[in-house]
Design a protein around this ligand. Structure first.
Ligand code: TRP
Length: 369
């Protein structure tokens, strides 16, 4: 390796560190301000509808969204059906995933049925998608190419499988956030490059087309201590066949999935995230569900071994989710519930998107003839 490439790499890493620190400060500041004046914020976040939500989603992000909403921040949740097409072809299962996720939202206490919040789909809000065109004109191909999240996704897929949709999805995501003037994006670190591109687009749009009066606000990524839960096979949760417990699962499915969890051969249970990652992961899950610490669970089980640990996790998870699952079953019985959530959310999102696109056109002097 030549000297200059090492320098480049070191330089790049320290720049990434800087931006992480800066983002953490912004997030910290936003937490403080949102508690004082929640009415000045609007959350926009969401997910690709690729299946029902699992416990990693729940403990990693849904709980924080509920907390932010309960502070009084209006919450817009996006079922990113177009974005789901970035890494797959075929869309026949999107509808089922969307229904599942809306039920998951309602069951965990995210209010998407009142002035406190709504849920909508990409595909039903054409003016949101159209905003992507002016936004694409504000970023360079090499800026997208440097986006570490896109980079790692491209690495996983192989360049030949990367569609234009996949490559450009951070810009699409900027449209998702800015169309409704969302200024708070709760999410994990992997979303940081996307929020940074969004901030850049907002800044450049203002500078180019609205220099006297800031039109778009720069959104902030709201970090939280999101514990990283692995699947029961020690790999990324939800990526391999049945390595995750879903919110919608019943108690016996939960028990069956957790029973198959990989552990190690050490008969006594200790909490050692580095040396014993699979055991530590079960301890973490148990502690999150039971509202205690992994160390406390380990101390309680000790010589009881992995059979006792699995029984403990299963009980803690089933107990935690009992009321959530009961509510979910009840809501799922009435097919009009999901439909009315989405009809309302899509309509409100569409009104916001129409207004923003019209204002953007005006600022850009488009349609001036
Ligand atoms: N990229 C997010 C995911 O994969 C989903 C998403 C789409 C999103 N648009 C967004 C998240 C806007 C936050 C803001 O889960």
């Amino acid at each position: 390796m030549s000297e200059s490439s090492v320098t480049d790499r070191l330089f790049h890493e320290s720049a990434a560190e800087d931006s992480l620190h800066a983002a953490e400060r912004l997030s910290e500041d936003a937490w403080q301000r949102l508690t004082r004046s929640p009415e000045r914020f609007r959350v926009l976040t969401g997910e690709r509808p690729t299946g029902p939500l699992h416990l990693g989603h729940y403990f990693g992000s849904l709980q924080r969204r509920v907390e932010v909403q309960s502070q009084g921040v209006e919450t817009w949740l996006l079922l990113a059906d177009y974005q789901a097409l970035t890494d797959r072809t075929g869309s026949a299962s999107l509808g089922e995933s969307i229904r599942d996720i809306v039920l998951d939202y309602l069951a965990v206490g995210l209010d998407v049925r009142s002035e406190r919040g709504l849920a909508f789909c990409h595909s039903q809000v054409p003016e949101l998608n159209q905003l992507m065109l002016p936004f694409l004109s504000l970023v360079s191909v090499s800026e997208i190419d440097r986006n570490p999240t896109v980079k790692s996704e491209i690495e996983n897929l192989g360049a030949g499988n990367v569609t234009g949709m996949m490559f450009n999805y951070p810009v699409h995501q900027a449209a998702d956030i800015l169309f409704c003037h969302g200024n708070l994006v709760p999410g994990g670190r992997d979303q940081l490059p996307h929020v940074e591109i969004t901030r850049k687009i907002a800044r450049r749009f203002n500078k180019t087309y609205s220099p006297k009066k800031r039109y778009f606000q720069e959104p902030v990524l709201l970090f939280g201590e999101a514990p990283l839960l692995l699947g029961t096979d020690g790999k990324k949760m939800g990526k391999s066949a049945r390595n995750a417990v879903y919110i919608r699962d019943d108690e016996s499915t939960t028990a069956a999935v957790l029973k198959k969890a990989v552990t190690d051969s050490d008969p006594a249970i200790t909490y050692d995230p580095v040396g014993r990652p699979t055991v530590a992961n079960l301890l973490l899950l148990a502690s999150l569900a039971a509202g205690t610490t992994p160390q406390a669970v380990a101390d309680e089980i000790g010589a009881g071994g992995s059979a006792r640990l699995k029984a403990y996790v299963t009980e803690a998870v089933n107990e935690h989710f009992r009321p959530i699952r009961a509510l979910r079953r009840e809501l799922a019985e009435d097919p009009t519930v999901v439909r009315s959530v989405l009809e309302r959310g899509n309509e409100l999102a569409r009104q916001a998107a129409r207004k923003t696109l019209a204002e953007v056109h005006e600022l850009m002097h488009l349609g001036n003839f």
